[in-house]
Design a binder for this molecule. Structure first.
Ligand SMILES: C[C@@]1(CC(=O)O)C2=NC(=C\c3[nH]c(c(CCC(=O)O)c3CC(=O)O)Cc3[nH]c(c(CC(=O)O)c3CCC(=O)O)/C=C3\N/C(=C\2)[C@@H](CCC(=O)O)[C@]3(C)CC(=O)O)/[C@H]1CCC(=O)O
Ligand SMILES: NC(=O)c1ccc[n+]([C@@H]2O[C@H](COP(=O)([O-])OP(=O)(O)OC[C@H]3O[C@@H](n4cnc5c(N)ncnc54)[C@H](O)[C@@H]3O)[C@@H](O)[C@H]2O)c1
Length: 334
């Protein structure tokens, strides 16, 4: 059976959760985050749920289960450890045309809860259809590493300018090309560095500029740390996987360079400072995402710490990614 993926707006809508254990806590946490009005019925409540009850974040229904509790509810979550009881609850919900999630039985569930990477308003939902929930969880963990938390801000920025974007590019193909360019451009670099006003300005510039003369790329100055590829920070790894052009310090261990995107152009950094700056500016001006990588925490220390200001004076959006140097130093090329 193939499940139909859909996203539900439960904001302000009542949801009944039966069961108050560990699994109920996880489902209720997600329901509350989505703004649902959660009613709980359970013999015993987990201390976390007890706390939320005391804070008025949920209501509790006491006594023997009463089918009338299903009235006006949008979704039932059967989360007890009593399989037969869960099955009866689902049956009653389905008889009323309600959606039911049964935490110990995928087959009985008309709704399943996926693993979620939450970068609201952007969300990635992963489902194995009940085949292997732990596999869904593993894939989520991988995506958590890949997706920067500023993606939510990025999506919000697009939403805020939605009307202006449509007005500026009324034809869809035109709009699509523009979206592709902005998504790969410097706005996301500014957002992930917390520079919200600069991001807003760059976004507006991209909206106003003519398609063909907006070739803004960016430069990331990446500290590679102690030379152990395992010491690269998440930020460094993400940048290395996105970069179109890698400018590598000659002393950088090959194992670190191997972590980068395979099809990126790899260049050796010129020794001459001016030549280096010109190289970075030229590629960034050609709509490239450039990463200049050097061992240690080079770009937060003199003399390389000056490089960012030099590039920004040349109108290149630039970010510095710190290197972690706790591990044992590795020989170049190791
Ligand atoms: C994705 C996630 C979402 C969430 O819950 O938020 C989720 N299960 C998660 C974790 C998890 N689930 C289980 C363990 C092992 C615990 C252990 O063994 O101790 C862990 C790990 C843990 O708890 O850490 C065991 C398990 N789960 C189900 C059964 C019954 C069965 O298979 O029939 C059993 C066997 C019980 C047993 O054998 O006793 C059933 C369901 N679990 C689902 C969702 C739905 C299918 C989703 C899909 O397949 O895509 C479905 C059908 C119903 C539903 O709940 O909607 C969340 C990961 C969140 C994350 O970290 O990202
Ligand atoms: N879907 C998932 O993600 C997932 C993950 C792990 C386990 N499970 C399964 O989910 C079930 C619940 O797991 P848990 O760890 O939360 O269990 P738990 O033992 O911590 O909690 C069970 C809850 O159900 C309540 N309960 C039991 N019978 C009841 C009844 N007749 N009326 C009212 N309340 C009743 C208990 O008071 C308790 O609050 C188990 O069967 C487990 O195998 C599901």
């Amino acid at each position: 059976m193939t499940l139909f993926p859909l996203l539900a707006d439960l904001s302000g809508r009542p949801v009944l959760v039966v069961g108050g254990g560990e699994v109920a806590v996880r489902k209720i946490e997600a329901l509350l985050r989505a703004g649902a009005r959660v009613r709980v019925h359970a013999r015993a409540l987990d201390p976390v749920l007890q706390g939320w009850l005391e804070q008025g974040r949920l209501t509790r229904l006491d006594g023997e289960f009463d089918p009338a509790w299903l009235d006006g509810v949008w979704l039932l979550v059967a989360a007890t450890d009593d399989h037969a009881f869960n099955a009866r609850l689902a049956e009653q919900a389905h008889a009323r045309g309600l959606w039911a999630n049964v935490v110990d039985d995928a087959q009985l569930s008309s709704v399943q809860i996926p693993a979620v990477v939450d970068r609201a308003p952007l969300q990635v939902a992963i489902s194995s259809g009940g085949a292997a929930p732990m596999l869904a969880r593993r894939i989520r963990e991988r995506l958590e590493i890949e997706l920067d938390h500023s993606l939510g801000d990025f999506a919000t920025l697009f939403a805020r300018h939605r009307d202006a974007i449509r007005k500026r590019f009324p034809a869809l193909p035109q709009r699509r090309r523009w979206f592709d360019r902005v998504i790969d451009g410097p706005v996301s670099v500014l957002l992930r560095n917390g520079r919200h006003e600069d991001a807003e300005r760059a976004f507006r510039d991209a909206l106003e500029s003519d398609r063909d003369d907006d070739n803004a790329g960016s430069v990331a100055l990446v500290g590679a740390g102690d030379g152990d590829p395992g010491s690269l920070t998440l930020k460094a790894l993400r940048v290395l996987n996105q970069a179109d052009v890698l400018v590598c310090d000659p002393a950088l261990p090959a194992a670190v360079i191997d972590m980068a995107r395979r099809d990126a152009t790899r260049l050796t950094a010129p020794q001459d400072r001016e030549a280096l700056v010109e190289l970075l500016v030229r590629h960034a001006g050609n709509a490239m995402r450039v990463a200049y990588i050097k061992a240690g925490d080079a770009f937060r220390m003199a003399p390389d710490s000056a490089l960012r200001a030099v590039l920004e004076r040349r109108n290149v959006v630039c970010e510095v990614i710190a290197g972690v140097c706790d591990g044992p130093a590795r020989a170049p090329g190791a």
